[in-house]
Write a protein of this length. Structure first.
Length: 240
């Protein structure tokens, strides 16, 4: 099972993903946190290619104030990354179908930002990620951008919205840009039935995790029920 924690930059995706994985493990589940930017196949060739792609997407030396390569260039790179992530999770499921993987985000925020930047239709953008792993549960951490800004000491140029034309004071640019990203994510959540955590109401980490866990349990119960319904009754013949 794959659980993706989504939200704007600074919403606490990584923090809550780690806490959720720990809480699920403490309850007896086989749960692990997965950093979407740090995948490893344990194979030198594959991991070497991922390292090159990671540096192209998230450079260690930081980002320039503008992008000369364009939206579709980075969409193709991100599509390759999430296709690799899809392959990674399929391999993990084959090894242990009962494990729970909690990932800090998925490709939905990429879609939201690309739609905002270029105006490419959401459905066309989805076509870039047909090989990505589809989460069994998406949780949207809904947070006011001004609160997200206060949580961190620094943000990348892309997070402030510089590549999308948001100039001026960094805080004002961040809040204006992330509010638009937030609105798109909320629309996607409504359309797809995501679990939405209102962080204006739920502030405490334990309360947020406690709100998510029952949704995970319901999906697990439904999966068990479906698996039981698919099994033939005792003594029934199975067609070859």
């Amino acid at each position: 099972m794959l659980i993706a924690i989504e939200g704007i930059d600074g919403a606490g995706k990584t923090h809550i993903s780690r806490k959720l994985a720990r809480a699920l493990s403490a309850s007896g589940r086989r749960a692990v946190y997965v950093d979407k930017k740090d995948l490893s196949f344990g194979d030198g060739f594959a991991d070497g290619r991922l390292a090159l792609l990671k540096e192209a997407l998230w450079p260690t030396r930081g980002e320039p104030g503008q992008d000369l390569l364009g939206t579709r260039f980075y969409l193709h790179l991100l599509a390759a990354w999430f296709a690799a992530a899809g392959q990674y999770f399929r391999r993990q499921a084959a090894r242990d179908s009962g494990a729970l993987h909690v990932m800090d985000g998925s490709y939905f925020r990429v879609i939201a930002k690309a739609h905002l930047r270029s105006g490419i239709a959401i459905e066309e953008l989805r076509g870039f990620f047909t090989d990505a792993a589809e989460p069994d549960l998406v949780v949207l951490l809904d947070l006011e951008p001004r609160v997200a800004w206060a949580r961190r000491s620094s943000f990348r140029e892309t997070e402030i919205g510089r590549w999308d034309g948001f100039a001026g004071d960094p805080q004002d640019a961040f809040c204006a840009y992330q509010q638009k990203v937030r609105q798109i994510l909320r629309r996607l959540g409504e359309q797809q039935g995501w679990v939405v955590v209102d962080q204006g109401r739920l502030h405490d980490d334990a309360d947020i995790v406690g709100h998510i866990v029952p949704h995970v349990e319901r999906i697990l119960a439904r999966t068990r029920s479906q698996a039981a319904g698919a099994r033939p009754p005792d003594g029934a013949a199975i067609d070859a």
